[in-house]
Design a protein around this ligand. Structure first.
Ligand code: 5GP
Ligand code: MN
Length: 318
């Protein structure tokens, strides 16, 4: 899975993991480049995920031994951070399952569909098309449902299709309880996370040119609210909830010494293109990410200048 794994990366991996075990694969290992957020640690099998930053040698050896490597929820090996070189040097057969724009050509087998709500939805399709006798189990369903739930912002983004809901319905038929998954994913917050949200909404969220919003958090501000991975998940969407706003950006100082940016948009304003052109990133038309090696203030200035440049395009989408 990609670096900074999210619900879709972890959900896809675990959904496939349980199924591969079910059909008799003995040696299946999930490798994450770095830790996944705590709100995913209830998923059955999550404790078996090998985290490269914590188990470097084991992860390296598992990848070295691998005959097949499923690349899940990323379109470019660079998205795996410190695993990039290891994967580039691997002789394994790569199978990419992903829904990001403009996939790189590194895999022998590719299931890439940018219209899919999530990689988890594509894993479901893959499993269905394998035509094994074994039916998908609740363990896989919970993982895949979590991927779909988180990547669609709770079945609300425009990538949510009738098929997405049909898949969810099938999961419910085999015993999944939506309210239980929702509670475990979204309603296990620390008070400090909600206070950070309050701080952002009160003091940090800025409106630019009527159609864009952004907020920026320094490492000191994050520390003041006891920031842990995943604590700012979804916050960037609040910018988009302001009337007239079609482009929202969240940036934060990361512990790795650069600025990490998250972009969200409505309508035709393409943040994948914006992130690729200006912030060494990418993603989807309405959700993308990137990075900046400038200081936080310089990155804010750069963003504000860019927003002025695309002002007309933004107003046309409002
Ligand atoms: P998020 O803002 O939630 O971190 O990411 C939004 C989307 O953009 C996700 O689909 C994610 O995979 C993608 N994304 C985030 N950061 C980057 C990046 O640095 N490079 C690329 N290519 N995609 C990214
Ligand atoms: Mn995804």
């Amino acid at each position: 899975m990609h670096k900074s794994p999210d619900g879709d990366a972890v959900g896809s991996a675990l959904g496939l993991f349980h199924y591969l075990k079910l059909i008799g694969q003995q040696e299946v290992t999930i490798v994450a480049p770095d830790p996944y957020p705590n709100f995913l640690n209830w998923l059955p099998g999550s404790d078996e995920i090998m985290v490269y930053t914590e188990q470097e040698e084991e992860a390296k050896s598992a990848l070295k031994k691998a005959e097949y490597i499923f690349s899940l929820d990323y379109n470019n090996l660079k998205r795996t951070g410190d695993l990039t070189e290891i994967l580039e040097d691997s002789d394994a057969c790569f199978i990419m399952v992903d829904h990001h724009q403009e996939p790189d050509e590194f895999a022998e087998f590719v299931l890439s569909k940018t219209s899919a709500s999530s990689t988890a939805e594509l894993i479901y399709e893959l499993i269905k098309n394998l035509e094994f006798d074994q039916k998908l189990t609740l363990n896989s369903a919970q993982a895949l449902y979590t991927g779909i739930l988180t990547d669609t912002g709770g079945f609300r983004f425009n990538s949510t299709s009738a098929k997405t809901h049909r898949i969810a319905a099938e999961f419910i038929d085999i015993g999944l309880k939506p309210h239980v998954v929702y509670d475990r994913v979204f309603d296990q917050n620390k008070l400090s996370k909600l206070k950070l949200m309050g701080y952002v909404l009160n003091d940090k969220l800025k409106l630019v040119e009527e159609n864009a919003a952004y907020f920026a958090l320094s490492q000191d501000e994050l520390n003041a609210y006891d920031y842990q991975k995943g604590d700012t998940e979804g916050l960037v969407n609040y910018g988009l909830s302001i009337k007239g706003v079609v482009f929202s950006t969240f940036m934060r100082e990361s512990s790795e010494g650069f600025i990490k940016l998250s972009f969200r948009s409505k309508g035709d304003f393409d943040v994948n293109k914006f992130a690729r052109e200006h912030f060494e990133g990418g993603g989807h038309i309405n959700a993308a990410g990137g990075k900046s090696d400038l200081s936080l203030q310089e990155t804010i200035d750069k963003l504000e200048a860019l927003i002025k440049e695309v002002k007309l395009e933004l107003s046309q989408n409002a």
